[in-house]
Ligand binder design. Structure first.
Ligand SMILES: [Zn+2]
Length: 438
């Protein structure tokens, strides 16, 4: 039986970026967008073009340079927003305008001061306008899970009639629970006219810690797109975590017989790059991407792991891109090994940049035995900082080495996942270095 394909809609650059402490500049967004492309997401929401000049520029730059995935831009249900979104998106290979309008009585009454009838008309008119500009239109009734169901079906009917190709159902305030959310998706498929011609999507927030569970319930009920973010960042408690949804599907095909286009090995590099850029740390016990996600400390677990990893591991660290802890970076490592490890951390450098990082790396590796990932991230940061200040490489090399001796570097995002389960390998770390050197 052919497995249904789930469209992975990443909104790290929009909903994620909106969360406190996670803002990014245009260059950073573009770098993350390239990483999301490598990760294999189907849609990336690049921003909210009317929100700021920076957001507009980021959406425009991403649409112009990243051609494989669909690039979406967010717009409120008004002509100014929709036209601005289209200006940013129109140079893209596969643009999508994402229009949203709140539909719950509490939002209509207190936030928008609209009657239900006005809301219905505004939804229809705005989708129609978006459709006149762009073939691919997504419509989201904000706060759908607290909207009167009969009214929700009416608004969605109108959106489909006006040309929406995706109906996204947001649990904006993270209020829903899995069975209820699954029922809502099922009823929408049954009650909305033309629902079978469009893609039904889920957009879940994590206020009760249920965003991933709700998203999976939606898929089981027939949703074929999920909206999510790397590390689950997003407003308040965050959005559904992309890596958790994807790996739940991959680890339990018996229950979730679906496919996604996500490249598992790029999950950890994506998480690292995001954490490094925003400075927002990943909680150590975060599923899939936390630094303890594959660490085994208890003796009985270590013993089991040595005998057979399946005793305590339902997926391998390698399958989600956690670097093999046995590959140690030391002073005998070459540029190639260094470049590979940088890539695993989500950074790609041209020859000149890598040369500069390598020069600093050699100085550091001469002083400390093993260069861990957090050292490497610090090195990358400092090299970039020095380039930004126009410093000559030679003047700052010493400082890099020095800083590691004066105070231990904090470990904000990356940490060594190394668990010395293979003592024999550890003892031969030097030989491993040679194997990696080029
Ligand atoms: Zn949201």
């Amino acid at each position: 039986m052919e497995r249904a394909r789930i469209t992975v809609f990443d909104t790290t650059l929009r909903d994620g970026e909106q969360s406190p402490g996670c803002s990014m500049n245009v260059q950073e967004k573009l770098r993350l967008a390239h990483q999301l492309d490598r990760l294999g997401v189907d849609v990336m929401e690049a921003g909210f073009p009317i929100a700021s000049e920076g957001d507009f520029a980021a959406v425009q730059a991403i649409a112009a340079t990243i051609r494989r995935p669909i690039i979406a831009g967010l717009a409120r249900a008004c002509s100014q927003d929709i036209e601005r979104a289209w200006q940013a998106l129109k140079g893209g290979a596969r643009p999508r305008i994402h229009v949203f309008l709140a539909t719950s009585d509490i939002h209509l009454q207190y936030k928008l001061k609209l009657s239900r009838q006005q809301c219905l008309e505004q939804a229809r008119d705005s989708v129609r306008l978006a459709k006149s500009l762009c073939a691919d239109v997504e419509f989201s009734p904000e706060d759908a899970t607290r909207t009167d169901h009969e009214f929700l079906y009416q608004v969605l009917d109108a959106a489909v009639e006006a040309g929406a190709t995706t109906l996204n159902i947001p649990d904006t305030v993270g209020y829903s629970i899995p069975e209820e959310f699954g029922d809502l998706i099922r009823s929408i498929r049954k009650r909305v006219r033309g629902a079978e011609k469009v893609t039904i999507s889920a957009h879940c927030h994590n206020d009760l810690g249920l965003a991933v569970a709700n998203s999976l319930a939606a898929i089981a009920a027939g949703a074929r797109q999920v909206e999510c973010t790397i590390n689950g960042i997003g407003e308040r408690a965050g959005n559904a975590s992309l890596e958790e949804i994807v790996m739940a599907i991959r680890v339990r095909p018996d229950r979730y017989p679906y496919d996604t286009g996500v490249v598992g090995e790029q999950l950890f590099p994506s998480s690292q790059l995001l954490g490094e850029m925003t400075g927002a740390p990943v909680q150590p016990n975060k599923a899939i991407t936390g630094r303890n996600a594959f660490a085994h400390e208890a003796g009985i677990h270590q013993d089991g792991m040595l005998k057979n990893p399946l005793t305590y591991e339902i997926m391998t660290p390698q399958s989600v891109g956690v670097p093999d802890s046995r590959l140690v970076l030391g002073k005998h490592s070459g540029r190639h090994a260094l470049g590979l490890r940088c890539e695993q951390l989500g950074f790609q450098f041209d020859r000149r940049e890598l040369d500069e990082i390598y020069r600093r790396f050699v100085v550091l590796a001469d002083k400390i035995k093993h260069v861990e990932e957090h050292h490497l991230l610090e090195l990358i940061r400092q090299t970039r900082g020095a380039a930004g200040r126009g410093e000559s490489p030679a003047s700052s090399i010493g400082a890099v080495g020095q800083s590691f001796f004066k105070k231990p570097t904090p470990v904000p995002v990356a940490a060594d996942f190394a668990v010395p389960l293979h003592p024999a390998v550890d003892h031969h770390a030097e030989q491993e270095d040679y194997l990696w050197g080029v």
